[in-house]
Design a protein around this ligand. Structure first.
Ligand code: KG4
Ligand code: ZN
Length: 350
């Protein structure tokens, strides 16, 4: 059992990212210690390219990935002081995501894997978000997962590698999407989440009594489109928004989101603890996990239900290559030959 080295590539949305992660075979899950180390970690954000459009433009994203990925991978290997020949595997996001970007990453990774003569592991982007807390905090199975990003919003019970049971999901917008749309409405620019959070800091969360979607419902689903509409109607009623209006709208929106998410997660935690007992982790992953107000609420929810909150550092919550490399190492350790499963058919075999 020697350390394994994996290069991870992520191009499914608007971040061109690559990282090298090394597994630590001596580390055991459940001890609160990382299961691997990040040797290099580079993320090239395309925010500037998409800013004028208020969201990610798939065609622009794909072209930007083509422009930058080769050099980014080279720089990542340089930073790790490694060559292609030192790698045990290459992992790449094979979906879900914007298809143009996914193809750029996948084709690049295929070429590199073929050249290096190492296995290529096609990684599910959501699974990579889910497993990040094992890399950073050595979280043991089973755990409860809240995945909140721009494209995804779900709660899952994770009982092992590849064993995910969905307990709830959004019936309309993802949380990050709701943040992004609200930001656009308030003239706060893109990406919306950090902008709304910053604006909310000076705002009064009690000024507007926005609806708390889904609260009290027996399932664990989410809904945010009604809330988004409520914010729009309030903004239209005020007509010319002052700085304070924007701050109050942002704070009131964020409070409604936090209440709703806390209620949904609380319900899922209750079901999770009923089947697995107390003492496990509630893992929050995805870009929205960067939100401090939400993290604080989730910490309370977890404690009240007998779980403990684990939130990876922000740079590993938003899209990155380390989470892809780590998911690759997990599958490599489990002996999973993902390339064949995914129809990638690219493992050069001896
Ligand atoms: O995981 P991620 O980088 O990409 C996806 O897979 O979607 O998540 C990006 C999303 C965006 O919608 C962004 O607005 C949101 O995460 N986000 C935040 C914050 N930082 C990023 N939402 C709320 N508060 C934040 N601080
Ligand atoms: Zn993501």
């Amino acid at each position: 059992r020697r350390p394994r080295i994996c290069l991870g590539i992520e191009t499914s949305c608007d971040e061109t990212a690559a990282a090298v992660v090394v597994s630590d075979p001596a580390a055991q899950p459940g001890q609160g210690r990382p299961l691997g180390t990040i040797r290099a970690h580079l993320v090239l954000s395309q925010i500037d390219e998409h800013q004028g459009f208020g969201g990610v433009v798939p065609e622009i994203a794909a072209r930007a990935h083509i422009d930058h990925l080769d050099r980014l991978v080279a720089a990542t290997l340089d930073e790790a002081k490694l060559g292609l020949g030192d790698l045990d595997a290459i992992a790449v996001t094979s979906g879900p995501g914007l298809i143009g970007g996914v193809m750029v990453g996948l084709m690049t990774a295929k070429g590199l894997a073929l050249g290096a003569g190492v296995p290529l592991l096609g990684i599910n982007h959501l699974e990579a978000h889910a497993l990040t807390a094992r890399l950073t905090h050595g979280v043991a199975f089973p755990f409860l997962l809240l995945l909140v990003s721009g494209g995804h919003c779900l709660i899952a019970e994770v009982t092992g590698l590849g064993q995910y049971r969905r307990l709830g999901a959004t019936i309309d917008d993802a949380v990050g999407e709701a943040f992004d749309k609200t930001a656009r409405l308030l003239g706060l620019g893109y990406p919306g989440g950090p902008a709304v959070e910053a604006a909310a800091r000076d705002g009064d969360p009690a000024r507007f009594a926005f609806p708390r979607p889904m609260i009290g419902r027996p399932d664990c689903d989410f809904s945010f489109s009604g809330l988004k509409t409520a914010v729009r109607q309030e903004a239209e009623r005020i007509r010319v928004l002052s700085r304070q209006d924007v701050a109050d709208l942002a704070a009131s929106f964020q409070a409604a989101v936090s209440d709703s998410v806390a209620d949904r997660v609380g319900r899922a935690a209750e079901a999770f603890v009923a089947s697995h007992g107390r003492g496990h982790a509630l893992v929050v992953a995805g870009g929205v996990a960067a939100n401090t107000a939400l993290r604080t609420r989730l910490g309370d929810v977890a404690t009240r239900r007998g779980l403990h909150l684990v939130a990876p550092p922000v740079r590993l919550c938003t899209d990155n290559g380390a989470m892809i490399a780590w998911a690759g190492l997990e599958h490599l350790a489990a002996g999973g030959d993902l390339s064949a499963d995914d129809g990638l058919a690219l493992i050069p075999r001896a």
